[in-house]
Write a protein that binds this ligand. Structure first.
Ligand SMILES: *[C@@H]1O[C@H](CO)[C@@H](O)[C@H](O)[C@H]1NC(C)=O
Ligand SMILES: *[C@@H]1O[C@H](CO)[C@@H](O)[C@H](O)[C@H]1NC(C)=O
Ligand SMILES: *[C@@H]1O[C@H](CO)[C@@H](O)[C@H](O)[C@H]1NC(C)=O
Ligand SMILES: *[C@@H]1O[C@H](CO)[C@@H](O)[C@H](O)[C@H]1NC(C)=O
Ligand SMILES: *[C@@H]1O[C@H](CO)[C@@H](O)[C@H](O)[C@H]1NC(C)=O
Ligand SMILES: *[C@@H]1O[C@H](CO)[C@@H](O)[C@H](O)[C@H]1NC(C)=O
Length: 253
């Protein structure tokens, strides 16, 4: 009899201990990047021209950067930010990706769409070529695109109005060409628009008048012609000076 009670006690003790251990492990395990996004990071890195990506080094949301083997120039930035509130704080999704001044030689990755919670992408000061992938327009949460100081070329995407929720579009110091599409006037959430130091031509579309939330607008060092639309002086929020100089100055009459 006492033997049965004793073994029941042992059983109870064993079960309690293992439940407690499991609970403790569960509570201590850190939130991890969603496996689909981990896989997407490999594709994104490859398109950006990153050859030595080490995803075994630690969870990107935990170490808050991409473990890559590239020269870390002064001023380089490598930042991943995540929202880890999913699945009872067990799953993270990437909300920000900044890879700045890292001499990346590839292209802007269309695979970014596989990070549907991404709000901010900055790939400033690299050697990226090609143009802005239209695929990015299907990312409802993408509000900031910063791709200045690269080797991007071609016209701005014609379907620009599909980038509905953009507040920041900074494409300065690239080789973009052609006219500014009329549709840019549909991006009414824009607070910052930097088109400076490219090869843009034509006249500034009057649809720009609709961008009443602009605080910072830069178009200098392009090949625009025609008249500077007068509404530009009337944007209520505008804080930065619009400097129109060098090549532009010559063609304005
Ligand atoms: C929650 O986790 C499961 C298993 O990893 C995953 O399939 C699912 O997509 C996650 N949900 C969210 C919202 O991340
Ligand atoms: C956009 O972000 C919100 C809030 O983080 C989220 O609920 C929603 O699922 C995201 N959209 C997509 C397509 O993931
Ligand atoms: C994006 O824009 C759509 C349509 O304009 C809007 O319904 C949605 O709430 C916006 N999403 C975010 C995250 O701002
Ligand atoms: C910039 O892109 C052009 C093609 O668009 C290419 O010929 C040139 O070599 C690139 N320059 C650099 C520095 O990558
Ligand atoms: C976008 O802008 C163009 C030209 O300004 C306009 O004709 C069109 O109706 C707009 N589209 C949307 C979806 O707002
Ligand atoms: C804009 O630039 C002019 C000339 O450089 C300067 O006098 C003026 O104070 C500037 N305005 C603002 C708001 O910075």
């Amino acid at each position: 009899m006492s033997m049965i009670i004793f073994s029941r006690f042992i059983l109870f003790f064993t079960i309690t201990t293992s439940v407690l251990t499991a609970l403790r492990t569960w509570a201590a395990s850190p939130a991890l990047l969603h496996p689909d996004e981990l896989k997407a990071l490999e594709e994104i890195a490859s398109t950006l021209g990153i050859t030595k990506l080490n995803l075994g080094y630690g969870d990107p949301c935990d170490i808050k950067k991409l473990k890559i083997d590239v020269s870390q120039d002064p001023g380089s930035e490598n930042i991943i930010a995540c929202d880890c509130s999913f699945n009872n704080s067990r799953t993270c999704h990437i909300t920000e990706l900044t890879l700045k001044t890292l001499s990346l030689p590839g292209k802007l990755p269309p695979e970014l769409v596989k990070l549907p919670h991404l709000r901010w992408i900055s790939l400033v000061r690299n050697y990226l070529s090609g143009t802005i992938p239209m695929e990015w327009a299907s990312m409802p949460n993408l509000t900031s695109i910063l791709v200045g100081a690269n080797n991007l070329s071609g016209p701005l995407p014609a379907g620009l109005q599909n980038f509905k929720n953009l507040t920041v579009l900074a494409v300065e110091a690239n080789q973009f060409s052609g006219p500014i599409p009329d549709e840019i006037g549909n991006l009414t959430s824009l607070t910052r628009l930097n088109l400076g130091s490219n090869q843009f031509t034509g006249s500034l579309p009057t649809s720009l008048a609709r961008l009443v939330n602009l605080e910072d607008f830069r178009i200098s060092d392009n090949r625009f012609n025609g008249i500077i639309p007068s509404f530009i002086g009337e944007w209520p929020q505008l804080k930065k000076n619009i400097s129109i100089c060098k090549r532009t100055e010559r063609t304005y009459s």
